[in-house]
Structure formats: structure tokens, C-alpha cells
Design a protein. Sequence first.
Lengths: 347, 347
Amino acid sequence: MSNYYTEELHGPHETFELGNYALENGQTFPDAKLTYKTHGTLNAAKDNVILFPHMWSGTPMAMEAFIGEGRPLDPSKYFIILPGQLANGFSSSPNNTPSPLNGGSFPQLSYGDDVRAQHQLLTEKFGIRELQLVLGWSMGAGQTYEWAVRYRDMVKRAMPIAGTAKTTDHNSLFVRSIEMALKSDPAWDGGYYAKSEDVHVGIRRMAQLWSVMGLCQAFYSAEVWRDVGFSSLDDFMVRFWEAYFLQMDPNCLLWQAMKWRNGDVSKHAGGDLRAALSLIKAKTLVVSFSDDMFFPPHDCLTEQKMIANSSYREVKSLWAHFTMFCMNDTDREQIDTCISDLLNDKL
Amino acid sequence: MSNYYTEELHGPHETFELGNYALENGQTFPDAKLTYKTHGTLNAAKDNVILFPHMWSGTPMAMEAFIGEGRPLDPSKYFIILPGQLANGFSSSPNNTPSPLNGGSFPQLSYGDDVRAQHQLLTEKFGIRELQLVLGWSMGAGQTYEWAVRYRDMVKRAMPIAGTAKTTDHNSLFVRSIEMALKSDPAWDGGYYAKSEDVHVGIRRMAQLWSVMGLCQAFYSAEVWRDVGFSSLDDFMVRFWEAYFLQMDPNCLLWQAMKWRNGDVSKHAGGDLRAALSLIKAKTLVVSFSDDMFFPPHDCLTEQKMIANSSYREVKSLWAHFTMFCMNDTDREQIDTCISDLLNDKL
């Protein structure tokens, strides 16, 4: 389908066999696989574990940029697990699943499906019973909230970054628009295209929508794209936005998007978001990005106020939702400080 | 093409014949027509004139909601001209122009084409040499700026509302996305469709994008749509956004969008926006809407600071760019106060 989802490009992955996996939508997924990476060593007490799921369109490699000796996520101290979300192209996904669940027949997923699979990996494979920290950005934040609510006795600290526990209506309208853009390409063919490259027009249309909402007005007014080597707005549009997404598989993007759109921990409390978030036992640091148009600070703050043992921080950057890309040192330092302060109980 | 652009729905229009009209793109438009409405009576001194161009997708009728006895735009006092912009479906437009300039062959337009045509109407038809006020919302603001710079000796007061003198890069990315959505429908066929209804899928895709950027996150969080009679988010999506645009002609929307995207008064000063805006002689009140995602307050304020004899006001409303629809009394009162204070020199 696509040459993008290879270990050559994304580094080595481990695979955990989920067997016949019962999805929350009621379907059974045969031979389901959860792929992941780890850094560091699990200590004898098994109490040095950090879990760091990734965002929409990403793979575990995307989060490796935050791991390093001397940094808050220090592999000489912590055992850091980077799980690949289902439909990310490596774990069970529309592009690597045999008929009849291939392509457009891939089942609908939920954060609960991801987090239950990750829980199986941690408990069955490693015997882990406690997590020092679960953190994640964007859809990684969605998984973080799902962890903190569902397995609240396991999670000591949680740090959802630029994401929400329940996808807001506005955000769901955006996600639906990117789904529509991908599906608008006749080559998408209900998800049964032969090669992902055939759907490049749909991906380009989707990239255009990301260019509008993924960054912010002030980013473009200040022409911040010049700082990272682009020569014009069109150059940035094509070589940043289109190039980034054109490598990827349209169905993987779609099935992740549907999962994002339906993200909602309130189902753990009969639809009552406040009640669901009040279940969280972890010390929680909710982090927002100042100019994020998907997860504006106000939306993140609203949820933080429903969490008992929680704090809130806002990272300032014109990179908006993409502050997590750490395109400059200031962004990385601000995020590292949040992680460090939470891990060291300095909130 | 569409039954939408009729006097039954939009009230009676006058027509001003522009003859063989020279467009700024170099093309000649044969038998070009500018349609318009008026309210009130031109006085003998011809010094009671207000010009109020309309926004993208609109017709002069849309601005009539601000005209009324006892209101700031009082037809018993002022002669109020509501010009229809070119490509609005009534003035020369892709849907009413004969071959060879019909449909997809309709020429590209600019605010300069609109404003020069309106100037011809005012001077040749009415002998008007002075305007008490030019005001407009969104693309109407674009035309207002074009008037205030180009015919600066005629315009005594200017009130651009929720719009810019130069379309920002971020805004142009959005406009390009709606153009792409319309064109994504195979039925659009390069602009040569037989019936506008055939392109309904493209219009629905475009409506989805408007739902994201036309309002704002806080609007949806507060479910403000309930206040105006919708029962769910999907209900609002279909019966507000889709229903609004499905009546319209896709090419009219497209050609207006291209004009919007290329809006730029800086061409009057060799590309120097500050120099162009410093040419304005009118007393100018720049009005922004607090939660507007197309024309955020900061962008409007940046331009206002470049205008010598100017003030700035921000209208607070969760209706974002659509505050101008005056879906509640507070919005209408705030806008009326801006108009009134500018007309009465109470800034």
C-alpha cells in the first residue's frame, strides 16, 4: 500500500499479539497486533514505567524526540513504553489487515480499544502494575485521559498535552471535514484503493484543511514558516503540509480520525463528563498550547477544573497545535519543564 | 441555473449598464451589469449618501436588516445605496452571463472592479461627489477599504466591519479550502454544470468547512445553536449550514471567493500596505468581532493602527464572524451603536 510504514523509516518495533481481540463496537478482531517501542530498562520493582502514546498520523517514533539522557524522560532512569495506536499503520490497521477486515471494511475503533490493548501489554507481557506517568499529545492526550479514568488505580501521574477527554463539538466538525476531504477523492473508492498514492488528491485536500486549523492566524501573519526554511506560503503549503501527509495511508488517517472524533471518557460515567473526570486519582497536569485551534486553552482548562488533584499550564508558541513538533528550543524547553515538574512533584 | 437569484426572494433590484467594462485582469466584459437597491431619497445637495456593499454569498437584501426609520441607517435622512457585488448572482455573474464568458470561463474579478463600477453608478447615474459613509461587512469591508483608498477624496467616513484591507495568508488558506471543496465535486465539471443543484455534494463539503471556521469553539461549547431553534449539532449542520449554501450557485460562490482571496489595497502603493492605508482621508472606525476566526481582532487592529484618522471597536459575541447576522438584540445594538457613533462623530 505505502512504503511509509516500514522499520527503515520508523525504527524497530516490537509486536504484542492480542489474539482474537474484542473491540468496543462489538466486533472481534482476529490476530490483532499492538506494536510498540521501549526505551530504558524495567527495574526489578517494576515501578519505573512511563507510557507515552502518540498522536493522530504518528507512530511511536514521533514521541522519541522527547526521550534522552539528562532530559525528563531519561531512559537511564525510566522504562518508557511508546505504544503504537491501532490504525497507525504498524499496529493492526486498514493497510496491514487481511480480508475481510481490510481497507474500507476495517472496524471502527475507540480509545478504549487502544488503552485495553496497552493494558494487556503492560500487565501480561511485563507484569507492570503501576505507572509513574502516562502522557500524550493530541490523540495521545485522549488515550492519557482514557488511561487515567479506566485504570485509575494504576496511573500515578497523568499529563494530557493539547488534547481533551471528550472531543468537543467544534473539534468533531473539523475532524469530520478531514474525513470528507479524504473520501472526496473518487480514487478512495470506499477504502478499497490499490495504492495509497492513488488517493493523493484526497490527501492534498485534507492537507489544505490542516494548514488552516493546524496552525493559527498569528503564525501566518508572522510568517514563522520562514524560520524553518520555507521560501513562500505556497512553498510551505506544498513542502510542509502536503509532503507530510502524502506519505501516509488514507485509510489509516481515516480510521484514526474516526477514533479521535468519538473520543469521550464520559461513557465511564453514563455520559457525565464531570463525574468521569472526578474518578481520576492520578496527579494530573493538563497542558495546553496558547494558540491551539483544535484544543484551545479554554477547553483544556474547563476539563482540568473537573479533575481533583490537578494543575494547569499553558505553553506559549505561535506553532499552535504543532508546538509539540518543537521547531524551536523554547517550545521544547517549556514542554520538558512541564514533564520534569510533574515527575518531580514540583507543581 | 438556480431559482435563488430572483426578485421574488431578494426584492426588486435596479440595474446600471456598465457597457463594455474593462476589468483589472485585462479582459473586457461586454454588456456588464451592476445591480443595486436604494433606500431613502437623494437630497438636492447630494450630500446625504451612504454606500453599503455586501458580503460573500450575499445580495443587497442581506444589508437591508440594518436600515430602518429611527435606526442609524435611517432612510428618512440618508440616501442609502446597496450595490450588488459582481458575481453575486444578480450583477454580472457566472450564472447570468452568456457564452463565451459563462460558467467556468467567467473572468477573474477584483475589489477594484466592484468599486470602479460602483463609482460609475454614483457619479454618472446620480451625480454624487461625496459619501457620508461607506461601510461593509467581510467582503463588504474589503470593498470599503478599496473605496477609502481609491476614492479618498469622496469618502468622509468609512466603517470596515470584520474584514481586512489585505486578505491575510491564513484567511487565504481558508478561502482556497472552500474553493477546493466546491471544485472537488465531479459535477462541478470545470464550472460548466447544467444545474447548480447538481453540485450539491461540493456545496455540502464547503458548508462543513464553514461550520468549522465561520463560528468558533466557544459558540459550539455553549451550544448557542439551541437559542435559535436547532435541536442537535447535526440538525444545525444540515438545516443551518447546508441549507443556507445549497440554495446558491457554486460558480457565483467560487468567483466571489477568488475575489476575496486576492483582496489587497496595498497595490495602490506598490505593495506597501502601510503606505496604502495612510492614504485614507476618511474618518474610519474599524470594527471587529471578538471571536471571528476569519478576521481575528488582532488582524483588524493591526490595520487600524496604520490609518491616520481612525478608531477601533470590538463587538463581543459568540456568533463570531456571523455576529453580523444579528441573531440576538445585543449584537444588533452593538453594531448600530458603532454606525451611529461614527455618523454622529462621537468616537
